[in-house]
Design a protein around this ligand. Sequence first.
Ligand SMILES: [Zn+2]
Length: 274
Amino acid sequence: MKVVNHRLCQDDGTPFEFIRSPNQSGAITPEYLIMHYTAGRSARSSINWLVNSAAKASAHLVIGVDGSITQLVAFNRKAWHAGASHWGGRSGFNGFSIGIELDNPGVLTRRGGAWFTTWGDRVDEENVVEAVHKNGGELRGWHAYSAEMLEASVEVASVLVQRYGLKDVLGHEDIAPSRKTDPGPAFPMDSFKSRVLGRHADEPEIFETTVRLNIRKGAGTQHEKLAMSPLAPRTRLEVLGQQGAWRLVDVLDPIQDEHDIHGWVHGRFIRPIN
Ligand SMILES: [Zn+2]
């Protein structure tokens, strides 16, 4: 992907979906990238809200769970995503940052041994990250980010860092810590930053499993599981190839004394760690 006239485009110049938000003002020169979660039901519902003038809020991009990207504000215009914000001696980050909203329900609640979104939808255990927020508070459940969304986010953020010479990637929780918890502990900010701000090209990209995960002979659940299935959570993997949502991986941790295991896993249940 690339940026043409401050709009995000595919390599062949085809623009990504652009739905103009009226919630914008003035010209900016972007210096930072700010990551958010929507705390909404779907990318579409969040887009519909952010292009409604009643929202008085917007972002430059919204990224869906499937990795789809929609632009609402040109990158050289001020979107209204940060609100009152302070960090590193600077204030009012709308005036010099690009905001990306990730479609994610955010904080979850636990009732009767199950997890729910704030609007009452049940969430599978495997999509829950239990953690204390870095800004404090109690142990809470947070909705996991999909691998497809994270991959799309890394790609677009890398393009924006290059195009605008952005200085850093921050969370809304960093620039408005008393008000905001997004993108929260489920977002792999450290690995995201190192990938976006410059991982060495010769370093392989290492992933880890986020759940107990079957590894198979082919790209799909119709293929036989390998004998060492399922892999334990946090097993380290190198991705060698991809077919749809499936990833061909080399298992880096020895399992049952086997050191050279190759197979296919679903990309949704692995996350980058470097
Ligand atoms: Zn936010």
